[in-house]
Ligand binder design. Sequence first.
Ligand SMILES: *[C@@H]1O[C@H](CO)[C@@H](O)[C@H](O)[C@H]1NC(C)=O
Length: 280
Amino acid sequence: MKVFLAVISLMVLMQTDATGKRHKMRTHVRNVQGDDPLLEVEPIPPDTMIGPCSCQCCENAPEPLVAPKCANDIIVAVDSSACFRDHHSKMMRFLRRLVRKIGRTPNIQYGGDETRLGLMQFSSDILFPLHLSSFEDYTNPSTRKGLMNGIDEAISSLGFLGEGSFLNKALNATVSHFQNEPRPQALLDQISPTTPRPVVILMTNGKSHPSVTMDDIELSIAGLQAAGVTVIPISVTRECHGVQNEVWNEGLCPDTIILNKLAKVGRGDSSTFMEMKSHD
Ligand SMILES: *[C@@H]1O[C@H](CO)[C@@H](O)[C@H](O)[C@H]1NC(C)=O
């Protein structure tokens, strides 16, 4: 479980362009190991320094760089439709760990100049138990501990919804939320010249109410792409390979086609969806 959550954090951290990617991996790993992260950060050669999470520095930079922060707007979208009735508490445990893990990862932890978090729950309704602009855009409380406690409280308030899932509407709602709750100019100035990157971490099996067609999903995917959103889909259940046992339930099996389409949004053609691990 720990390793898996770390992978998601790293994915959030490393969603830079291809040139920034290699560098981020290196600094991140060193940051974790070294006592003083600043000692370990190397200047970025000029040809690889452009990227949302890399910083720009003068040539021949002699002085140590401040580790670049990654400004992410992350919405964790949780499918709470009827088929997940028996999975709700497991999903909430996973969510809590994921959110804590993000808060502890250097350079993506919560704050007005780093990560803002939104929580969305969906089935036939769409709820935002935590808005991206909560806590005065993550500046108050300004301590990480205070923010973590506030987020924990929001997660505790999530009940089970039931009914059918409308994934197309849910995906569209994330795009609207990013657009309706941008960071205020003062916070944008702090992270300039980078701009916050919108990321959706989606916990679902990719299935929807029968009235939702593949075309509907494709339209929503086009909307996400147009808005520059990165999607990290996490399947709540494991991929099914035929009837497995007497309690096997086709409705729970992930729709791997839809999940893999979503995995490519903002992350390139080789990306695939992940599975929520049920054991630690
Ligand atoms: C979702 O957004 C897309 C792109 O903006 C749009 O074409 C589609 O009609 C929307 N779907 C719903 C159900 O609102």
